[in-house]
Design a protein around this ligand. Structure first.
Ligand SMILES: [Zn+2]
Length: 248
């Protein structure tokens, strides 16, 4: 598990399933509601998933579907009741004007309907989701959002996904150390088992120029993703001709 803070909401993800690092099938919109007093914001984060985990994320259990439907119906009915009760109360006590009362009652009624619907959809229904669905949706979790400073905190379950996402968003990263420079590291990789040879590379923020040994370790997450996507996990590979370049 890794917790990372980013500036803004436009997070770029590496081209790999956020859950298992396999090839990307589609992006799934991860959603989270944040409430600040009376105001609430729904944040959406399009997260790349492989075919299998996309299916898992989109699967809806019958109990989940029903709690969403009940939430929508219950919210609608409650909102309508509030709307009619307010109109009735104001006309009996002869308060305000009919048209403005109509708008105000509609606004209050529909706000309440939305709140009930949102509670059902975002808090209750997920409790009834399939276990696999919950596991996939937990892999990338928006934990905190500061709308004033546009700071989004995300918790990743997969360390490699976390590290690769960091490297995709170097400009939007919030770091404690200000003496960071961006380095471009590349190397030649040969794997006879899967008959592949070519260059791999990565961009990273560091507070010092990495040694060749460090550079090889820093290529680790990139190699891990590569091997998973090429079906080469566990095969023997060699790395040579490591190049390190300071960019900033
Ligand atoms: Zn996957």
């Amino acid at each position: 598990m890794r917790r990372i803070q980013f500036y803004g909401q436009q997070i770029k993800f590496p081209s790999a399933c956020a859950y298992c690092l396999k090839a990307v099938h589609k992006e799934y919109n991860f959603e989270q509601v944040f409430t600040y007093g009376r105001r609430s914001i729904i944040l959406q984060l399009p997260v790349p998933l492989c075919h299998y985990h996309f299916q898992q994320a989109s699967a809806q259990s019958p109990a989940q579907l029903w709690s969403e439907r009940l939430g929508a119906a219950g919210g609608g009915m409650f909102g309508l009741t509030v709307f009619l009760a307010l109109l009735n109360y104001w006309s009996e006590t002869r308060q305000g004007f009919y048209v403005s009362n109509l708008f105000l009652a509609f606004f209050i009624g529909s706000s309440m309907a939305v709140i009930i619907w949102a509670i059902a959809k975002f808090w209750v229904a997920p409790l009834f989701a399939f276990r696999e669905t919950r596991a996939v949706l937990r892999s990338v979790q928006m934990k905190k959002f500061d709308p004033t400073h546009q700071i989004l905190e995300i918790v990743f379950q997969n360390e490699t996904t976390a590290e690769l996402t960091v490297r995709e968003n170097l400009a939007a990263l919030i770091t404690a150390n200000e003496n960071m420079r961006q380095y471009f590291i590349s190397a030649h990789l040969v794997d006879e088992d899967i008959r592949w040879s070519g260059r791999i590379d990565t961009n990273i923020l560091l507070d010092h120029s990495p040694s060749l040994q460090e550079a090889e370790q820093l290529l680790g997450p990139v190699i891990e993703r590569f091997m998973i996507q090429q079906n080469g996990t566990g095969t023997f590979y060699e790395i040579n001709d490591i190049k390190i370049m300071a960019i900033t």
